[in-house]
Design a protein around this ligand. Structure first.
Ligand SMILES: CC(C)(COP(=O)(O)OP(=O)(O)OC[C@H]1O[C@@H](n2cnc3c(N)ncnc32)[C@H](O)[C@@H]1OP(=O)(O)O)[C@@H](O)C(=O)NCCC(=O)NCCS
Length: 170
């Protein structure tokens, strides 16, 4: 099931986020960018409160996927610098918990989040590790278009990853 973000999704989302810090230890190519140290629970609560506030203000469009009675994925599109000449742009981020990937949840989440941003944003951009073939396939299938690449954009330990930039017009 795909639905709007709810206030009581916080604990599941923080659990999921912390699980990615464990996953990257097993999979050094894991495709989201991390802080050097896992953020504290307090700062995660701050992150969630800010996200929820932006949803209420119409500056974030967030969908979550529910499976087995808990949140297993999130897609967030947030408005860039609200109230400025760039605020017709949004940035998309997505992550799905291990065990629930490659089943169409990503496609459903992004489709739904883009739908809710229509009429409120005009352009949505994202960035993706060039080696993240699953994410790249998904974004291209949904109509995202490449517009650039930043070499060595991410530094993880002593390894660098290139980042591809993509956009879609709503
Ligand atoms: C990337 C991610 C969001 C995609 O969501 P998902 O639910 O797994 O994706 P879907 O099942 O909707 O679609 C995946 C598509 O990639 C394809 N795919 C899977 N593995 C692939 C691979 N190794 N190479 C190319 N394509 C691949 C699938 O066939 C599917 O395409 P199809 O619909 O044409 O069959 C999810 O896997 C995830 O959260 N990964 C970890 C975090 C991450 O990488 N986030 C993205 C940051 S930019």
């Amino acid at each position: 099931m795909i639905r709007e973000l709810q206030w009581n999704d916080m604990n599941d989302l923080i659990d999921n986020y912390y699980s990615y810090y464990e996953e990257v230890k097993r999979d050094p190519e894991f495709g989201i960018t991390f802080f050097h140290a896992r953020p504290s629970f307090e700062s995660e609560v701050g992150w969630f409160s800010n996200l929820y506030e932006n949803v209420l203000k119409g500056d974030a469009f967030v969908k979550v996927a529910i499976e087995d009675g808990r949140v297993v994925g999130i897609c967030d599109i947030h408005r860039i610098r609200p109230g400025t000449e760039v605020s017709h742009n949004g940035v998309l981020g997505i992550a799905i918990k291990e065990g629930y990937r490659n089943k169409g949840i990503g496609k459903a989440l992004i489709t739904s989040a883009l739908e809710s941003a229509k009429g409120k944003l005009e352009i949505v951009t994202l960035s993706v590790f060039t080696i993240n073939k699953r994410a790249l396939t998904l974004y291209r299938n949904l109509g995202f278009i490449d517009y650039g690449m930043r070499p060595k954009s991410i530094k993880r330990g002593n390894r660098y990853f290139d980042e591809l930039y993509m956009y879609i017009l709503l």
